[in-house]
Ligand binder design. Structure first.
Ligand code: ATP
Length: 440
């Protein structure tokens, strides 16, 4: 049976991203660099908005979560304690004929999927990038680029506890770059070697962990849908016991229906007390919490919702991409939630002539103090609307000849294409609740 997949053609998303400046190949003029991507002027806005929306829901709007920003290069003993030096690997086989290296999940039998040659027995290949710190390139100076942001949270458990005096349950959140020497990258920004993660470690009393695991599964699904992602394109997949890490009690992935099928967007695991105990053992520093009620020292359990920024950006782009018949043509619209849209509005003077342009520029200057707002005076108004539709700008503000007399502008909404005439003095108040999503 064919796997269910999103009908949106990934090539369309890749081409739109390239053409309009969302995502470029890394080092493109040198022929690219495998599994690395650069975000362009619109992409960086979208990506920042995704991160900001996550931070708002996880840190800003909660009493029980604080943030950190830890270093990428950490003491290499961190990765021994976490199990990454010994176990963060994929089984790999080499083709004896074409010399390609394959991940064991990417082929069947012992035949190379590329040339049909014979494959070696699988060997473990560590996915961490190694580098050296300081002037000596020897084993004593080995350092790793972090493969996840989570460990930077665990090693700061005591610092955060002592400085914030949080009571259980509480969480520590972090957004940042991670690096994995993935063997097979692909599906655009879905799997790359350098990517960003948004991770929360939520510490709870043992015994309440099942409740909090459920809580976070729901809260995270709600976050995606609150930003406009279609519920039918999201599903939970619980890991079966033979998939679970030995220390984990449960793990569920939030999957999105990508063009290549259901794939992981975020993993939400109940990691028990594994991480804190490991770091206590390896560092010699006790990482515990004193429970006032029972007057006991306990090692909290941890629930870890771990999401990918780039995968979220890709899922939001795919989910928002729409083609609609419009007169004799097709209208391509990115129906991004206004909070995610790179530009919140575009100011468009109907003519390039003096008094109109001045008025439009004044409106633009005033609005951009509050939001990312673009300005465009080239080509016909219809084409300008289309350009904004295609990059997801939710509101177009048109300044026409009547504006000079009545001090009003026409505001066009992207999805419905309805137009309203409003006083210039009221544009900010009009946009404000609509851009947060409080008003449609
Ligand atoms: P996969 O099975 O797809 O390799 P994973 O289970 O190894 O992912 P985790 O270690 O749980 O991933 O990382 C948490 C999240 O980080 C993932 O859900 C994903 O969104 C993101 N992520 C992980 N690896 C990559 C990558 N190579 N490129 C982009 N995002 C990634």
């Amino acid at each position: 049976m064919a796997q269910e997949s999103n009908p949106i053609d990934m090539d369309k998303i890749v081409s739109l991203s390239r053409r309009r400046g969302f995502v470029f190949q890394s080092s493109e003029i040198y022929g690219g660099h495998g599994g690395c991507w650069d975000y362009g002027p619109l992409g960086v806005q979208l990506k920042n908005n995704v991160k900001q929306a996550w931070w708002q829901s996880i840190v800003q709007e909660r009493d029980d979560v604080v943030g950190v920003d830890s270093s990428i290069l950490m003491n290499p003993r961190v990765w021994e304690a976490s199990g990454h030096v010994a176990g963060f690997s994929d089984p790999m086989s080499d083709c004896l004929k074409c010399k390609m290296r394959w991940r064991a999940d990417d082929f069947e039998g012992k035949i190379c999927p590329s040339c049909g040659g014979e494959l070696t027995e699988p060997r473990q290949f560590n996915l961490m990038f190694k580098t050296f710190m300081g002037p000596m390139e020897d084993t004593a100076s080995v350092a790793y680029l972090r493969p996840e942001t989570a460990q930077g949270i665990f090693v700061n458990f005591d610092n955060v506890l002592n400085t914030t005096r949080k009571k259980l349950p509480f969480g520590i959140a972090q957004i940042g770059k991670s690096f994995r020497n993935e063997i097979t990258t692909g599906n655009f920004i879905f799997r790359s070697r350098e990517f960003e993660q948004m991770e929360l470690e939520y510490f709870v009393k043992p015994g309440t962990d099942d409740y909090w695991h459920e809580h976070w599964l729901q809260a995270r699904i709600d976050w995606y849908t609150s930003l406009g992602m279609k519920r039918e394109n999201l599903q939970l997949r619980a890991h079966c016991s033979d998939e679970l890490a030995h220390y984990a009690k449960a793990c569920s992935d939030i999957q999105y229906l990508f063009p290549m099928g259901w794939s992981e967007l975020e993993g939400i695991a109940n990691r028990c007390d594994f991480d804190l105990k490991q770091h206590s053992k390896h560092s010699g520093k006790t990482l515990e919490y004193f429970d006032e009620e029972s007057k006991e020292h306990i090692t909290p359990y941890v629930i870890e919702p771990s999401a990918g920024v780039d995968r979220s950006v890709l899922a939001f782009l795919i989910d928002a991409y729409t083609e609609e018949p419009d007169k004799d043509d097709i209208r391509a619209v990115l129906k991004l939630h206004p909070r995610l849209a790179p530009f919140k509005a575009a100011v468009l003077p109907l003519s390039k002539k003096e008094p109109l342009v001045n008025m439009a520029k004044e409106i633009h200057a005033s609005l951009r103090k509050a939001w990312m707002v673009t300005y465009d005076e080239s080509q016909s108004i219809g084409r300008r609307y289309r350009r904004q539709d295609e990059i997801g700008t939710p509101y177009c503000i048109t300044v026409d000849f009547d504006s000079l007399d009545d001090n009003q502008v026409t505001v066009r909404e992207r999805d419905s294409m309805t137009q309203e005439r409003i006083p210039i003095s009221e544009i900010k108040a009009y946009l404000c609740p609509r851009l947060t999503g409080e008003l449609k």
